[in-house]
Design a protein around this ligand. Sequence first.
Ligand SMILES: [Zn+2]
Length: 406
Amino acid sequence: MATYIKCGQLFAAKDETVLKDMAVVVDGNKIVKVAPAAELAPEADWEVLDLSGKFVMPGLIDAHLHVGMSGEPDTSAYSHYSGYGEIALTAMLNAQADLMAGFTTIRSEGDINFIDVDLKKMINTGKVWGPRMFVSGVPLSSTGGHGDSHFRPDIDLGGMAFKVDNPDQCRAAARKVIKYGADQIKLMATGGVMSMGDEPGAPELTYEEMKTICDLAKSHGKLTTAHAHGAAGIKNAIKAGITSIEHGMLIDDEGIQMLADYGTYLIPTVIAAYQIVANGVEAGIPAWGVEKAERCLKNHGENLKKMRKLGVKIGFGTDAATPYNKHGEQGFEFELMTRYGDFTPVETLLAATKVNSEMLRWDDKIGSIEEGKLADIVAFDVSPLEDITVMKNCTFVMKDGVVYKK
Ligand SMILES: [Zn+2]
């Protein structure tokens, strides 16, 4: 039985157009018809969903988050859990919160012990409900780098990342990540904010190391994604052939030009730095983390404005769940993108749909409301083009033709 959705306003995300009084017909997990409601009446046995008072759009895609963390003030959150069982169940609840916030597709940017890969399997086999997932498994980091977060010299296992310190180790670790089911390889090109003792501006993995990883990924049809703040590390990653730069908060003009020239995607994650700065030491965030976030956020807005002018491909990602950046609350990033990067509301919507689907090479299946695509459809009570803050309050969620929220 088909489902007929009456849409008061329809933003299909093929371009910036918003159409009034449209109808979308869903059969199984696919969109089979999109037409003006006046020209398409529902058949007798169809279920009718009346979203005539709502702004309807394709399911949102968050291209950067971590399912195993929940916005705890201290980044060493993983060490507070009793074990993998608790982390895995937490990951399930976080992914479900993402879906209920309208994010029908999420990309995990690295989680401990491949829990994201396992969760994706459980969701895809229907054993638990949740969003569509693209997973990175365990990221690759240099010793002492952004993903090497253990500080007891006698413990060398169980951190966030595989530690790699030369191209051969990179090749071996990348093969392992692919073997255990990652959709893309995540690497740490520079230091980070919530990693004690490293410097966001400093390069970590070298050009040669990242080139080895990117070449191997390409030969296996996989994408690559680089945590990168500092300009030198960003440029190394771009030259190495990385698919997307994550954060990019300490980039320089040459790096911005390179993003445009190479067609590399940039995922801004403004909310990650913003929430650390806004909540601060008083909220329990370590002082070194707050200091680094302040530095990272300082020029991020100006840099994003330059990128926007140059036509850099800007996607949407939130880094949920860094401190106070909770799963299910990441719709705040839309507002922050307009505030910091001068993006228009509709540009932020396209970043989280069309652009992200193209980055994931899934634009033939998701990212817009078109006949033949998967039925990932969400809705909001007012138009985000008039009030972008509404993106925090998704009121209808359909993924793969199944309604999760209405
Ligand atoms: Zn991250």
